[in-house]
Design a protein around this ligand. Sequence first.
Ligand code: ARG
Length: 585
Amino acid sequence: SVFSNGFLVNIQTLLNQRIQAAMVASGAADDAPALVRQSAKVQFGDYQANGIMGAAKKIGTNPRDFAAKVLEQLDLSDVADKVEIAGPGFINIFLKNVWLGSTLESLRDSDRLDVATVTDPQTVVVDYSGPNLAKEMHVGHLRSTVIGDAVVRTLEFLGHNVVRQNHVGDWGTQFGMLLAYMERLREQNSEVSMALSDLETFYREAKICFDEDEAFSVRARELVVSLQSGDAECLKLWNEFIEVSLQHCEETYQMLGVSLSRADVKPESAYNDDLPKVIADLDAQGLIKEDQGAKCVFLEEFANKDGDITPIIVQKTGGGFLYATTDLAALRYRQGTLNADRVLYFVDARQSLHFQQIFTLSRKANFVKPETSLEHMPFGTVMGSDGKPFKTRSGGVAKLSALLEEAQERAFQLVASKNPDMPEDEQRNIGRVVGVASVKYADLSKNRTSDYVFNWDNMLSFEGNTAPYLLYAYSRVASIVRRSEMDVANFKAPISVVEEQERALAVKLCQFEEAIQQVINDGMPHFLCAYLYELAGIFMSFYEACPILNAEDDVKFSRLQLALNTASTLKQGLELLGIETLERM
Ligand code: ARG
Protein backbone atom coordinates (compact mmCIF):
# COMPACT_ATOMS: atom_id res chain seq x y z
CA SER A 1 0.00 0.00 0.00
CA VAL A 2 1.06 3.58 -0.55
CA PHE A 3 0.03 4.55 2.93
CA SER A 4 2.48 5.02 5.72
CA ASN A 5 1.28 6.16 9.13
CA GLY A 6 -2.15 6.54 7.59
CA PHE A 7 -0.97 9.15 5.08
CA LEU A 8 -0.10 9.04 1.47
CA VAL A 9 3.62 9.42 1.05
CA ASN A 10 4.80 11.17 -2.03
CA ILE A 11 6.18 8.97 -4.77
CA GLN A 12 9.61 10.48 -4.60
CA THR A 13 9.84 9.80 -0.87
CA LEU A 14 8.50 6.28 -1.28
CA LEU A 15 11.03 5.43 -3.98
CA ASN A 16 13.85 7.10 -2.09
CA GLN A 17 13.15 4.99 0.97
CA ARG A 18 12.83 1.70 -0.88
CA ILE A 19 15.86 2.19 -3.10
CA GLN A 20 18.02 3.43 -0.29
CA ALA A 21 17.12 0.36 1.77
CA ALA A 22 18.09 -1.85 -1.16
CA MET A 23 21.36 0.05 -1.56
CA VAL A 24 22.23 -0.44 2.09
CA ALA A 25 21.34 -4.13 1.86
CA SER A 26 23.74 -4.32 -1.09
CA GLY A 27 26.62 -2.91 0.90
CA ALA A 28 26.29 0.89 0.57
CA ALA A 29 26.85 3.19 3.52
CA ASP A 30 23.78 3.74 5.75
CA ASP A 31 23.45 7.33 4.65
CA ALA A 32 24.07 6.85 0.92
CA PRO A 33 21.22 8.77 -0.75
CA ALA A 34 19.22 7.21 -3.59
CA LEU A 35 18.70 10.67 -5.17
CA VAL A 36 15.38 9.87 -6.80
CA ARG A 37 14.16 12.53 -9.24
CA GLN A 38 11.32 12.86 -11.73
CA SER A 39 12.69 11.76 -15.09
CA ALA A 40 13.18 14.44 -17.69
CA LYS A 41 12.31 12.17 -20.63
CA VAL A 42 9.70 9.44 -21.07
CA GLN A 43 12.26 6.88 -22.17
CA PHE A 44 13.89 7.19 -18.74
CA GLY A 45 10.65 6.21 -17.03
CA ASP A 46 8.69 8.31 -14.56
CA TYR A 47 11.41 8.53 -11.95
CA GLN A 48 15.11 7.85 -11.89
CA ALA A 49 17.53 7.13 -9.07
CA ASN A 50 20.85 8.93 -9.51
CA GLY A 51 22.55 7.84 -6.29
CA ILE A 52 23.98 4.51 -7.42
CA MET A 53 27.18 5.86 -9.01
CA GLY A 54 28.15 7.89 -5.96
CA ALA A 55 27.47 5.03 -3.56
CA ALA A 56 29.39 2.53 -5.72
CA LYS A 57 32.36 4.86 -5.93
CA LYS A 58 32.48 5.18 -2.14
CA ILE A 59 32.69 1.42 -1.64
CA GLY A 60 34.94 0.94 -4.65
CA THR A 61 32.78 -1.23 -6.90
CA ASN A 62 31.69 -0.94 -10.49
CA PRO A 63 28.48 1.12 -10.60
CA ARG A 64 26.62 -1.06 -13.09
CA ASP A 65 27.42 -4.20 -11.11
CA PHE A 66 26.33 -2.41 -7.98
CA ALA A 67 23.10 -1.32 -9.67
CA ALA A 68 22.40 -4.96 -10.61
CA LYS A 69 22.91 -5.98 -7.00
CA VAL A 70 20.55 -3.26 -5.82
CA LEU A 71 17.88 -4.45 -8.24
CA GLU A 72 18.11 -7.93 -6.74
CA GLN A 73 17.32 -6.44 -3.34
CA LEU A 74 14.63 -4.14 -4.64
CA ASP A 75 10.97 -5.07 -4.85
CA LEU A 76 8.85 -2.38 -6.46
CA SER A 77 6.37 -4.80 -7.99
CA ASP A 78 3.43 -3.14 -6.25
CA VAL A 79 4.13 0.32 -7.75
CA ALA A 80 6.19 -0.24 -10.90
CA ASP A 81 6.00 -2.63 -13.81
CA LYS A 82 9.49 -1.97 -15.08
CA VAL A 83 12.73 -1.08 -13.30
CA GLU A 84 15.79 -0.73 -15.52
CA ILE A 85 19.47 0.03 -15.27
CA ALA A 86 20.56 2.71 -17.72
CA GLY A 87 23.82 4.39 -18.73
CA PRO A 88 26.62 4.24 -16.18
CA GLY A 89 24.27 3.07 -13.40
CA PHE A 90 21.05 5.05 -13.26
CA ILE A 91 17.92 3.18 -12.23
CA ASN A 92 14.80 4.06 -14.23
CA ILE A 93 11.40 3.38 -12.74
CA PHE A 94 8.21 2.97 -14.78
CA LEU A 95 5.12 3.25 -12.60
CA LYS A 96 2.28 0.81 -13.00
CA ASN A 97 -0.99 1.98 -14.50
CA VAL A 98 -3.09 0.05 -12.01
CA TRP A 99 -1.19 1.58 -9.17
CA LEU A 100 -1.60 5.09 -10.59
CA GLY A 101 -5.35 4.52 -10.86
CA SER A 102 -5.76 3.27 -7.31
CA THR A 103 -3.54 6.05 -5.96
CA LEU A 104 -5.77 8.62 -7.63
CA GLU A 105 -8.85 6.94 -6.23
CA SER A 106 -7.44 7.37 -2.77
CA LEU A 107 -6.57 11.01 -3.49
CA ARG A 108 -10.16 11.62 -4.44
CA ASP A 109 -11.42 10.20 -1.16
CA SER A 110 -9.71 12.97 0.73
CA ASP A 111 -10.72 16.59 0.72
CA ARG A 112 -7.11 17.65 0.85
CA LEU A 113 -5.91 15.56 -2.10
CA ASP A 114 -4.28 13.35 0.50
CA VAL A 115 -1.42 15.64 1.08
CA ALA A 116 -0.33 14.48 4.48
CA THR A 117 -0.14 16.94 7.32
CA VAL A 118 3.31 16.69 8.81
CA THR A 119 3.82 14.44 11.80
CA ASP A 120 6.32 16.82 13.36
CA PRO A 121 4.92 20.33 12.87
CA GLN A 122 7.43 23.13 13.25
CA THR A 123 6.93 26.65 14.49
CA VAL A 124 7.85 28.75 11.49
CA VAL A 125 8.11 32.51 11.89
CA VAL A 126 7.68 34.22 8.54
CA ASP A 127 8.78 37.84 8.17
CA TYR A 128 7.19 39.31 5.07
CA SER A 129 5.70 42.46 3.52
CA GLY A 130 7.29 44.85 6.08
CA PRO A 131 6.46 48.15 4.35
CA ASN A 132 7.76 51.46 5.62
CA LEU A 133 4.75 53.31 7.03
CA ALA A 134 6.05 56.77 6.17
CA LYS A 135 4.90 56.17 2.60
CA GLU A 136 2.35 54.13 0.76
CA MET A 137 3.02 50.54 -0.36
CA HIS A 138 4.62 50.51 -3.77
CA VAL A 139 5.66 47.95 -6.35
CA GLY A 140 8.80 47.17 -4.34
CA HIS A 141 6.63 45.53 -1.67
CA LEU A 142 4.84 43.25 -4.10
CA ARG A 143 7.37 40.43 -4.10
CA SER A 144 7.84 40.10 -0.36
CA THR A 145 4.10 40.28 0.20
CA VAL A 146 2.87 37.77 -2.38
CA ILE A 147 5.74 35.28 -2.20
CA GLY A 148 5.71 35.35 1.59
CA ASP A 149 1.97 34.82 1.63
CA ALA A 150 2.10 31.84 -0.73
CA VAL A 151 4.74 30.16 1.41
CA VAL A 152 2.77 30.87 4.57
CA ARG A 153 -0.39 29.33 3.11
CA THR A 154 1.50 26.25 1.99
CA LEU A 155 3.22 25.79 5.35
CA GLU A 156 -0.15 25.99 7.08
CA PHE A 157 -1.70 23.56 4.60
CA LEU A 158 0.96 21.04 5.57
CA GLY A 159 0.14 21.52 9.24
CA HIS A 160 2.99 23.71 10.44
CA ASN A 161 2.46 26.32 13.10
CA VAL A 162 3.07 29.59 11.28
CA VAL A 163 3.58 32.95 12.95
CA ARG A 164 3.33 35.84 10.51
CA GLN A 165 5.45 38.85 11.38
CA ASN A 166 4.86 42.06 9.52
CA HIS A 167 7.97 44.03 10.51
CA VAL A 168 6.69 47.44 9.43
CA GLY A 169 8.99 50.46 9.58
CA ASP A 170 7.33 52.97 11.89
CA TRP A 171 10.22 54.42 13.84
CA GLY A 172 12.72 56.17 11.61
CA THR A 173 13.79 59.82 11.62
CA GLN A 174 11.34 60.58 8.74
CA PHE A 175 8.54 60.49 11.29
CA GLY A 176 9.79 63.74 12.82
CA MET A 177 9.27 65.45 9.50
CA LEU A 178 5.81 63.92 9.03
CA LEU A 179 4.66 64.86 12.51
CA ALA A 180 5.91 68.41 12.05
CA TYR A 181 3.85 68.61 8.89
CA MET A 182 0.73 67.33 10.68
CA GLU A 183 1.29 70.00 13.31
CA ARG A 184 1.63 72.70 10.69
CA LEU A 185 -1.55 71.70 8.87
CA ARG A 186 -3.36 71.76 12.16
CA GLU A 187 -2.06 75.27 12.93
CA GLN A 188 -3.35 76.34 9.53
CA ASN A 189 -6.70 74.70 10.31
CA SER A 190 -6.36 72.41 7.31
CA GLU A 191 -7.95 68.98 7.30
CA VAL A 192 -5.19 66.60 8.37
CA SER A 193 -7.22 63.47 7.64
CA MET A 194 -7.82 64.63 4.07
CA ALA A 195 -4.13 65.25 3.58
CA LEU A 196 -3.32 61.79 4.90
CA SER A 197 -5.58 60.09 2.39
CA ASP A 198 -2.72 60.38 -0.08
CA LEU A 199 0.47 59.55 1.76
CA GLU A 200 2.70 60.01 -1.27
CA THR A 201 1.68 63.65 -1.64
CA PHE A 202 1.79 64.15 2.11
CA TYR A 203 5.35 62.83 2.26
CA ARG A 204 6.45 64.92 -0.70
CA GLU A 205 5.03 68.13 0.76
CA ALA A 206 6.49 67.46 4.19
CA LYS A 207 9.86 66.89 2.54
CA ILE A 208 9.68 70.21 0.72
CA CYS A 209 9.05 72.05 3.99
CA PHE A 210 11.85 70.10 5.62
CA ASP A 211 14.33 70.97 2.91
CA GLU A 212 13.32 74.61 2.47
CA ASP A 213 12.15 75.85 5.83
CA GLU A 214 14.74 76.13 8.57
CA ALA A 215 12.24 76.48 11.45
CA PHE A 216 10.33 73.48 10.19
CA SER A 217 13.37 71.24 10.06
CA VAL A 218 14.40 72.30 13.58
CA ARG A 219 10.90 71.39 14.79
CA ALA A 220 11.05 68.06 12.94
CA ARG A 221 14.28 67.16 14.72
CA GLU A 222 12.79 68.13 18.09
CA LEU A 223 9.82 65.91 17.41
CA VAL A 224 12.01 62.87 16.70
CA VAL A 225 13.67 63.34 20.07
CA SER A 226 10.33 63.76 21.89
CA LEU A 227 8.89 60.77 20.09
CA GLN A 228 11.77 58.53 21.00
CA SER A 229 11.70 59.67 24.62
CA GLY A 230 8.01 58.79 24.84
CA ASP A 231 6.40 62.25 24.98
CA ALA A 232 2.64 61.68 25.25
CA GLU A 233 1.48 64.47 22.89
CA CYS A 234 3.95 63.40 20.31
CA LEU A 235 2.98 59.73 20.57
CA LYS A 236 -0.63 60.72 20.06
CA LEU A 237 0.16 62.48 16.83
CA TRP A 238 2.38 59.61 15.71
CA ASN A 239 -0.33 57.03 16.50
CA GLU A 240 -2.77 58.97 14.38
CA PHE A 241 -0.40 58.87 11.44
CA ILE A 242 0.47 55.17 11.88
CA GLU A 243 -3.19 54.23 12.10
CA VAL A 244 -3.99 55.86 8.76
CA SER A 245 -0.95 54.34 7.13
CA LEU A 246 -1.77 50.85 8.40
CA GLN A 247 -5.28 51.21 7.04
CA HIS A 248 -3.79 51.97 3.62
CA CYS A 249 -1.75 48.76 3.89
CA GLU A 250 -4.78 46.76 4.91
CA GLU A 251 -6.76 48.02 1.93
CA THR A 252 -3.93 46.90 -0.32
CA TYR A 253 -3.73 43.49 1.38
CA GLN A 254 -7.44 43.09 0.91
CA MET A 255 -7.25 43.93 -2.79
CA LEU A 256 -4.33 41.55 -3.17
CA GLY A 257 -6.02 38.77 -1.24
CA VAL A 258 -3.14 38.54 1.19
CA SER A 259 -3.73 36.86 4.54
CA LEU A 260 -1.98 39.46 6.72
CA SER A 261 -4.08 41.11 9.42
CA ARG A 262 -3.53 43.72 12.10
CA ALA A 263 -2.59 41.01 14.60
CA ASP A 264 0.43 40.12 12.47
CA VAL A 265 1.90 43.61 12.63
CA LYS A 266 4.91 43.65 14.90
CA PRO A 267 6.42 47.03 14.11
CA GLU A 268 9.96 48.24 14.65
CA SER A 269 8.72 50.46 17.48
CA ALA A 270 7.63 47.38 19.44
CA TYR A 271 11.29 46.58 20.05
CA ASN A 272 12.23 50.03 21.29
CA ASP A 273 12.59 49.06 24.95
CA ASP A 274 14.66 46.00 24.07
CA LEU A 275 17.35 47.91 22.20
CA PRO A 276 19.43 49.04 25.21
CA LYS A 277 19.28 45.46 26.49
CA VAL A 278 20.60 44.12 23.21
CA ILE A 279 23.56 46.49 23.47
CA ALA A 280 24.18 45.58 27.12
CA ASP A 281 24.10 41.87 26.26
CA LEU A 282 26.52 42.20 23.38
CA ASP A 283 28.77 44.34 25.58
CA ALA A 284 28.73 41.82 28.42
CA GLN A 285 29.91 39.17 25.98
CA GLY A 286 32.78 41.37 24.87
CA LEU A 287 31.43 41.68 21.34
CA ILE A 288 31.27 45.47 21.14
CA LYS A 289 34.05 47.82 20.06
CA GLU A 290 33.83 51.60 19.96
CA ASP A 291 34.71 53.07 16.60
CA GLN A 292 34.66 56.87 16.29
CA GLY A 293 32.08 57.02 19.07
CA ALA A 294 29.76 54.43 17.52
CA LYS A 295 29.23 50.98 19.01
CA CYS A 296 30.18 48.32 16.51
CA VAL A 297 30.61 44.58 16.23
CA PHE A 298 33.47 43.33 14.07
CA LEU A 299 32.99 39.74 12.93
CA GLU A 300 35.88 38.05 11.15
CA GLU A 301 33.43 36.23 8.91
CA PHE A 302 32.85 39.53 7.15
CA ALA A 303 36.44 40.44 6.38
CA ASN A 304 37.36 41.12 2.76
CA LYS A 305 40.51 39.71 1.19
CA ASP A 306 42.63 42.48 2.70
CA GLY A 307 41.32 41.61 6.13
CA ASP A 308 39.13 44.70 6.45
CA ILE A 309 35.90 43.95 8.24
CA THR A 310 32.53 45.57 7.45
CA PRO A 311 31.28 46.20 10.99
CA ILE A 312 27.72 45.92 12.24
CA ILE A 313 26.93 49.30 13.75
CA VAL A 314 24.50 48.76 16.62
CA GLN A 315 24.45 52.23 18.17
CA LYS A 316 25.33 55.57 16.63
CA THR A 317 27.42 58.31 18.17
CA GLY A 318 24.86 60.23 20.19
CA GLY A 319 22.92 57.11 21.18
CA GLY A 320 20.57 56.41 18.25
CA PHE A 321 19.88 52.77 17.36
CA LEU A 322 19.80 51.25 13.91
CA TYR A 323 17.85 48.92 11.64
CA ALA A 324 20.31 46.15 12.60
CA THR A 325 19.78 46.67 16.34
CA THR A 326 16.04 46.24 15.88
CA ASP A 327 16.52 43.10 13.83
CA LEU A 328 18.69 41.63 16.59
CA ALA A 329 15.97 42.37 19.14
CA ALA A 330 13.33 40.92 16.80
CA LEU A 331 15.28 37.73 16.31
CA ARG A 332 15.75 37.30 20.02
CA TYR A 333 11.99 37.69 20.49
CA ARG A 334 11.26 35.20 17.72
CA GLN A 335 13.46 32.63 19.40
CA GLY A 336 12.83 33.38 23.06
CA THR A 337 9.11 34.18 23.01
CA LEU A 338 7.76 32.70 19.78
CA ASN A 339 9.95 29.57 20.05
CA ALA A 340 10.73 29.45 16.36
CA ASP A 341 12.21 26.33 14.80
CA ARG A 342 12.65 28.19 11.53
CA VAL A 343 12.67 31.92 10.79
CA LEU A 344 12.13 32.92 7.16
CA TYR A 345 12.78 36.45 5.90
CA PHE A 346 11.27 37.42 2.57
CA VAL A 347 13.36 40.53 1.99
CA ASP A 348 15.04 42.13 -1.03
CA ALA A 349 18.34 40.57 -2.10
CA ARG A 350 20.06 43.91 -1.51
CA GLN A 351 19.76 43.22 2.23
CA SER A 352 21.67 39.93 2.06
CA LEU A 353 24.77 41.17 3.86
CA HIS A 354 22.59 42.69 6.59
CA PHE A 355 20.89 39.35 7.25
CA GLN A 356 24.07 37.31 7.11
CA GLN A 357 25.53 39.66 9.71
CA ILE A 358 22.45 39.51 11.92
CA PHE A 359 22.30 35.71 11.74
CA THR A 360 25.98 35.24 12.49
CA LEU A 361 25.96 37.70 15.36
CA SER A 362 22.76 36.25 16.85
CA ARG A 363 24.32 32.82 16.94
CA LYS A 364 27.53 34.15 18.47
CA ALA A 365 25.59 36.03 21.14
CA ASN A 366 23.32 33.01 21.81
CA PHE A 367 20.17 34.92 20.89
CA VAL A 368 19.13 31.83 18.91
CA LYS A 369 19.54 28.11 19.51
CA PRO A 370 22.07 26.33 17.30
CA GLU A 371 19.37 24.07 15.82
CA THR A 372 17.11 26.97 14.78
CA SER A 373 17.17 27.54 11.07
CA LEU A 374 17.53 31.17 9.94
CA GLU A 375 16.81 31.67 6.26
CA HIS A 376 16.94 34.83 4.24
CA MET A 377 14.76 34.23 1.17
CA PRO A 378 16.07 37.01 -1.07
CA PHE A 379 14.29 38.20 -4.19
CA GLY A 380 15.23 40.26 -7.20
CA THR A 381 13.84 43.57 -8.41
CA VAL A 382 10.73 44.27 -10.49
CA MET A 383 12.12 46.01 -13.57
CA GLY A 384 10.64 48.29 -16.21
CA SER A 385 11.05 47.67 -19.93
CA ASP A 386 13.92 50.21 -19.85
CA GLY A 387 16.00 47.85 -17.71
CA LYS A 388 15.69 50.05 -14.62
CA PRO A 389 13.53 49.43 -11.54
CA PHE A 390 9.86 49.70 -12.53
CA LYS A 391 8.36 53.21 -12.43
CA THR A 392 5.05 54.73 -13.47
CA ARG A 393 4.77 56.46 -16.84
CA SER A 394 5.34 59.80 -15.12
CA GLY A 395 8.53 58.43 -13.59
CA GLY A 396 7.35 58.11 -9.97
CA VAL A 397 7.34 54.96 -7.85
CA ALA A 398 4.34 52.86 -8.75
CA LYS A 399 1.82 52.73 -5.89
CA LEU A 400 0.70 49.17 -5.40
CA SER A 401 -2.98 50.05 -5.03
CA ALA A 402 -2.93 52.07 -8.27
CA LEU A 403 -1.16 49.23 -10.06
CA LEU A 404 -3.82 46.75 -8.95
CA GLU A 405 -6.60 49.09 -10.05
CA GLU A 406 -5.00 49.39 -13.45
CA ALA A 407 -4.68 45.60 -13.66
CA GLN A 408 -8.37 45.16 -12.87
CA GLU A 409 -9.38 47.75 -15.44
CA ARG A 410 -7.21 46.18 -18.15
CA ALA A 411 -8.54 42.71 -17.36
CA PHE A 412 -12.09 44.03 -17.44
CA GLN A 413 -11.53 45.53 -20.91
CA LEU A 414 -10.14 42.22 -22.07
CA VAL A 415 -13.07 40.23 -20.69
CA ALA A 416 -15.60 42.69 -22.10
CA SER A 417 -14.12 42.42 -25.59
CA LYS A 418 -14.03 38.61 -25.42
CA ASN A 419 -17.54 38.27 -23.96
CA PRO A 420 -19.52 41.30 -25.10
CA ASP A 421 -22.83 39.67 -24.16
CA MET A 422 -21.93 39.03 -20.54
CA PRO A 423 -23.63 41.30 -17.96
CA GLU A 424 -21.30 44.09 -16.90
CA ASP A 425 -21.18 43.18 -13.21
CA GLU A 426 -19.97 39.72 -14.15
CA GLN A 427 -17.37 41.21 -16.51
CA ARG A 428 -16.27 43.45 -13.63
CA ASN A 429 -15.97 40.55 -11.23
CA ILE A 430 -13.95 38.48 -13.67
CA GLY A 431 -11.83 41.56 -14.34
CA ARG A 432 -11.17 41.97 -10.65
CA VAL A 433 -10.11 38.34 -10.15
CA VAL A 434 -8.08 38.07 -13.35
CA GLY A 435 -6.42 41.47 -12.89
CA VAL A 436 -5.15 40.81 -9.38
CA ALA A 437 -4.26 37.20 -10.21
CA SER A 438 -2.21 38.35 -13.21
CA VAL A 439 -0.04 40.70 -11.17
CA LYS A 440 0.45 38.14 -8.41
CA TYR A 441 1.04 35.20 -10.70
CA ALA A 442 3.52 37.07 -12.89
CA ASP A 443 5.58 37.56 -9.75
CA LEU A 444 5.08 34.13 -8.19
CA SER A 445 5.88 32.24 -11.37
CA LYS A 446 9.36 33.77 -11.76
CA ASN A 447 12.31 32.32 -9.95
CA ARG A 448 12.38 34.40 -6.79
CA THR A 449 16.09 35.09 -6.94
CA SER A 450 16.10 36.81 -10.34
CA ASP A 451 14.88 40.23 -11.45
CA TYR A 452 11.91 40.27 -13.81
CA VAL A 453 10.38 42.77 -16.18
CA PHE A 454 6.88 44.03 -15.36
CA ASN A 455 4.91 43.72 -18.58
CA TRP A 456 1.14 44.11 -18.83
CA ASP A 457 0.78 42.27 -22.13
CA ASN A 458 2.69 39.22 -20.92
CA MET A 459 0.95 38.93 -17.60
CA LEU A 460 -2.53 39.36 -19.11
CA SER A 461 -1.93 36.97 -21.98
CA PHE A 462 -4.09 33.85 -22.30
CA GLU A 463 -1.09 31.95 -23.58
CA GLY A 464 1.90 30.71 -21.64
CA ASN A 465 2.51 30.37 -17.93
CA THR A 466 0.12 33.13 -16.88
CA ALA A 467 -2.83 33.61 -14.55
CA PRO A 468 -5.38 34.06 -17.37
CA TYR A 469 -4.24 30.78 -18.96
CA LEU A 470 -4.53 28.87 -15.69
CA LEU A 471 -7.80 30.43 -14.61
CA TYR A 472 -9.25 29.74 -18.03
CA ALA A 473 -7.99 26.15 -17.92
CA TYR A 474 -9.60 25.71 -14.54
CA SER A 475 -12.92 27.12 -15.74
CA ARG A 476 -12.84 24.78 -18.74
CA VAL A 477 -12.32 21.72 -16.58
CA ALA A 478 -15.08 22.96 -14.30
CA SER A 479 -17.39 23.38 -17.28
CA ILE A 480 -16.69 19.85 -18.57
CA VAL A 481 -17.57 18.51 -15.17
CA ARG A 482 -20.71 20.67 -15.10
CA ARG A 483 -21.83 19.50 -18.51
CA SER A 484 -21.64 15.87 -17.39
CA GLU A 485 -24.47 16.67 -14.97
CA MET A 486 -22.91 14.42 -12.39
CA ASP A 487 -23.47 14.86 -8.69
CA VAL A 488 -19.90 16.02 -8.24
CA ALA A 489 -19.81 15.97 -4.46
CA ASN A 490 -20.75 12.29 -4.34
CA PHE A 491 -19.32 11.12 -7.60
CA LYS A 492 -16.90 8.25 -7.26
CA ALA A 493 -15.85 6.05 -10.12
CA PRO A 494 -13.04 3.54 -10.55
CA ILE A 495 -10.14 5.04 -12.45
CA SER A 496 -8.52 3.00 -15.17
CA VAL A 497 -5.38 4.37 -16.74
CA VAL A 498 -5.04 3.05 -20.29
CA GLU A 499 -4.22 5.66 -22.91
CA GLU A 500 -0.88 7.41 -23.00
CA GLN A 501 -2.52 10.78 -22.25
CA GLU A 502 -4.47 9.35 -19.35
CA ARG A 503 -1.25 8.01 -17.98
CA ALA A 504 0.60 11.32 -18.33
CA LEU A 505 -2.23 13.09 -16.53
CA ALA A 506 -2.36 10.47 -13.78
CA VAL A 507 1.37 10.71 -13.10
CA LYS A 508 1.21 14.49 -12.95
CA LEU A 509 -1.75 14.48 -10.58
CA CYS A 510 0.15 12.18 -8.23
CA GLN A 511 3.03 14.68 -8.09
CA PHE A 512 1.16 17.52 -6.43
CA GLU A 513 2.70 16.88 -3.05
CA GLU A 514 6.20 16.97 -4.48
CA ALA A 515 5.52 20.38 -5.97
CA ILE A 516 4.35 21.88 -2.73
CA GLN A 517 7.28 20.43 -0.80
CA GLN A 518 9.52 22.61 -2.92
CA VAL A 519 7.51 25.65 -1.93
CA ILE A 520 8.05 25.09 1.76
CA ASN A 521 11.61 23.79 1.68
CA ASP A 522 13.08 26.44 -0.59
CA GLY A 523 10.46 29.18 -0.25
CA MET A 524 10.00 29.04 -4.01
CA PRO A 525 6.41 29.16 -5.24
CA HIS A 526 7.50 29.20 -8.89
CA PHE A 527 7.88 25.41 -8.68
CA LEU A 528 4.20 25.12 -7.85
CA CYS A 529 3.32 27.54 -10.66
CA ALA A 530 5.31 25.46 -13.14
CA TYR A 531 3.59 22.33 -11.88
CA LEU A 532 0.10 23.80 -12.32
CA TYR A 533 0.97 25.12 -15.75
CA GLU A 534 2.22 21.71 -16.86
CA LEU A 535 -0.80 20.02 -15.32
CA ALA A 536 -3.16 22.30 -17.24
CA GLY A 537 -1.29 21.60 -20.48
CA ILE A 538 -1.32 17.85 -19.92
CA PHE A 539 -5.03 18.01 -19.20
CA MET A 540 -5.66 19.84 -22.49
CA SER A 541 -3.80 17.14 -24.47
CA PHE A 542 -5.69 14.47 -22.58
CA TYR A 543 -8.99 16.17 -23.33
CA GLU A 544 -8.16 16.38 -27.03
CA ALA A 545 -7.10 12.75 -27.30
CA CYS A 546 -9.60 11.18 -24.93
CA PRO A 547 -13.23 12.20 -25.37
CA ILE A 548 -15.03 12.28 -22.05
CA LEU A 549 -18.71 12.95 -22.37
CA ASN A 550 -19.20 10.86 -25.52
CA ALA A 551 -17.33 7.81 -24.25
CA GLU A 552 -18.99 4.66 -22.97
CA ASP A 553 -20.02 4.73 -19.35
CA ASP A 554 -17.02 3.01 -17.71
CA VAL A 555 -14.53 5.02 -19.69
CA LYS A 556 -16.56 8.18 -19.33
CA PHE A 557 -16.74 7.85 -15.56
CA SER A 558 -13.05 7.13 -15.25
CA ARG A 559 -12.12 10.12 -17.42
CA LEU A 560 -14.56 12.32 -15.63
CA GLN A 561 -12.89 11.30 -12.44
CA LEU A 562 -9.54 12.39 -13.87
CA ALA A 563 -11.11 15.72 -14.81
CA LEU A 564 -12.50 16.16 -11.32
CA ASN A 565 -9.10 15.40 -9.83
CA THR A 566 -7.52 17.94 -12.16
CA ALA A 567 -10.05 20.57 -11.16
CA SER A 568 -9.48 20.07 -7.45
CA THR A 569 -5.71 20.03 -7.84
CA LEU A 570 -5.73 23.26 -9.87
CA LYS A 571 -8.05 24.91 -7.39
CA GLN A 572 -6.08 23.80 -4.37
CA GLY A 573 -2.79 24.79 -5.96
CA LEU A 574 -4.04 28.24 -6.88
CA GLU A 575 -5.45 28.66 -3.40
CA LEU A 576 -2.01 27.95 -1.93
CA LEU A 577 -0.66 30.68 -4.18
CA GLY A 578 -3.36 33.00 -2.87
CA ILE A 579 -5.20 33.10 -6.19
CA GLU A 580 -8.98 33.04 -6.44
CA THR A 581 -10.56 30.79 -9.11
CA LEU A 582 -13.62 31.35 -11.32
CA GLU A 583 -16.12 28.67 -12.26
CA ARG A 584 -16.98 30.54 -15.47
CA MET A 585 -15.08 33.08 -17.50
N1 ARG B 1 10.96 47.80 6.21
C1 ARG B 1 12.03 47.10 5.55
C2 ARG B 1 12.25 47.69 4.17
O1 ARG B 1 11.34 48.30 3.61
C3 ARG B 1 11.76 45.63 5.40
C4 ARG B 1 11.68 44.87 6.70
C5 ARG B 1 12.16 43.48 6.52
N2 ARG B 1 12.21 42.73 7.73
C6 ARG B 1 13.17 42.82 8.62
N3 ARG B 1 13.07 42.08 9.68
N4 ARG B 1 14.21 43.59 8.49
O2 ARG B 1 13.32 47.51 3.62
